[in-house]
Design a protein around this ligand. Structure first.
Ligand code: HSE
Length: 406
């Protein structure tokens, strides 16, 4: 029996421990020796849990137990998760994590330590919850030059946008429900303001180029400025507003754009129908063409399933490193101002003529509502810097949202 430890007995960590009981036969089909969770590290006691007798409060008990070969880190946050992961890897213990914050901040360093100590650092659950995307990026898509990734990468905000679109429910109420379901981060600002999705697109972009895309370098907007009016206009126009992480690369033309922002997604795009807590990652490879990976992006068992898939791989590769192509060389991103795109704009009607003059090829969404006190239009293709300059000269602009190109 291979012995493992779980760090953090929260939503995902408890799912991992339960999974080894619920799906024992599936685990043993892949790893006939079996895996046993010997320790659970948490600051709290769990007197009502059948697993209480495995709970320890001192990481050194785990680190100094020579039986432990694999650690599952589901603590979240940078510290002490970073220190614990580093110490484990330095001892040759493989670490599997759902901690996107830690992977985005220290991924290449932990991968290097794992390589140097003949063990592995794997992070399937850090992006897309239960969706297999990291492993396909590392293995199945290895022969591809990936040129575009468009992802719905945050379950909380997608759940919120879907509920707001389909029901008359307030932002606060729907956020509370996402928290009750265990989707939201401890500090939901990370979801709402796009930081969580930004970390995930940073991880995917790094795997896309094999270098480090720093999430601090990625322009990031969340959904807090999206209003019910925008959602209603989007629906009328045949769009859905989604928080997306987008990465686009053309090595010949020399650009690499990465961004997290709300986008209007047209009904003709496969991401349009991705609703609720579901995530989807749309990937374009130069040979394979378009692929879409779809599944539950958050929640106890979907995420636990992804972590355990890594634990099984580590158990099958004890004493050796499972390679991940991600160096610590920083990837320089292109100036986002040069990126061309189309925009949705909602503003007061008083600036209608000026807006029409500035955006000659715009489409008037409110044309049939001559008495509307708002002017709503979509632009033709324009660079971001030209768009921002033009919009800054218009009166009372209430909302601008990018439109996803097919
Ligand atoms: N808060 C995250 C989400 C959890 O809503 O997607 C999964 O990473």
């Amino acid at each position: 029996m291979i012995k493992a430890a779980v760090l953090g007995f929260g939503t995902v960590g408890s799912g991992v421990v339960e999974l080894f009981d619920v799906n024992r036969s599936c685990v043993e089909r892949r790893v006939p020796e079996g895996i046993e969770v010997k320790y659970i590290l948490d600051l709290r006691e769990f007197p009502d849990s059948p697993y209480q007798n495995r709970v320890v409060h001192d990481f050194d008990i785990i680190l100094n137990d020579p039986e432990i070969r694999v650690i599952c880190e589901t603590m979240g946050g940078r510290e002490p998760a970073f220190t614990f992961s580093k110490k484990a890897l330095e001892k040759g213990i493989s670490v599997c994590t759902s901690n996107k914050e830690l992977v985005a901040a220290h991924g290449p360093e932990l991968l290097r330590i794992a390589r140097e100590h003949n063990c592995s650092y794997l992070f399937e659950a850090s992006v897309g919850g239960g969706i297999p995307i990291i492993r396909p990026m590392n293995t199945s898509l290895a022969p591809e030059s990936i040129t575009r990734i468009v992802g719905i990468l945050n379950g909380t905000t997608n759940y919120m946008m879907t509920r707001m679109e389909q029901e008359d429910i307030s932002f606060e109420d729907v956020l509370k429900q996402a928290q009750e379901k265990g989707y939201a981060e401890r500090n939901p600002e990370a979801d709402i303001e796009g930081h969580d999705a930004c970390r995930k697109i940073a991880i995917l972009s790094s795997l896309m180029c094999g270098r480090t895309v720093r999430y601090e370098d990625i322009p990031c907007e969340g959904i807090s400025r999206v209003s019910m009016k925008d959602v209603a206009y989007a629906r009328r126009m045949g769009y859905a507003i989604k928080l997306l992480g987008i990465s686009e690369r053309d090595e010949e033309k020399g650009y690499f754009y990465v961004r997290t922002a709300p986008y209007m997604v047209p009904a003709s795009h496969p991401l349009h129908g991705v609703e609720g807590v579901f995530n989807a990652i749309f990937v374009h490879g130069n040979l394979v063409d378009n692929l879409m990976f779809y599944g539950r992006g958050a929640g106890k068992f979907p995420t636990a399933s992804a972590v355990v898939s890594d634990m099984l791989d580590c158990a099958l590769n004890l004493g050796q490193n499972i390679p991940v192509r991600w160096s610590d060389e920083v990837m320089q991103l292109s100036d986002p101002g040069q990126k061309t795109g189309r925009y949705f704009v909602r503003m007061s009607a008083e600036g209608r003529e000026k807006a029409k003059a500035l955006f000659a090829d715009s489409f008037d969404v409110t044309a049939e509502h001559a008495h509307s006190d708002e002017y709503v239009f979509t632009t033709g293709p324009v660079t971001e810097s030209a768009f921002k300059e033009a919009v800054s000269s218009l009166p009372d602009v209430r909302s601008t949202i990018r439109i996803l190109e097919l």
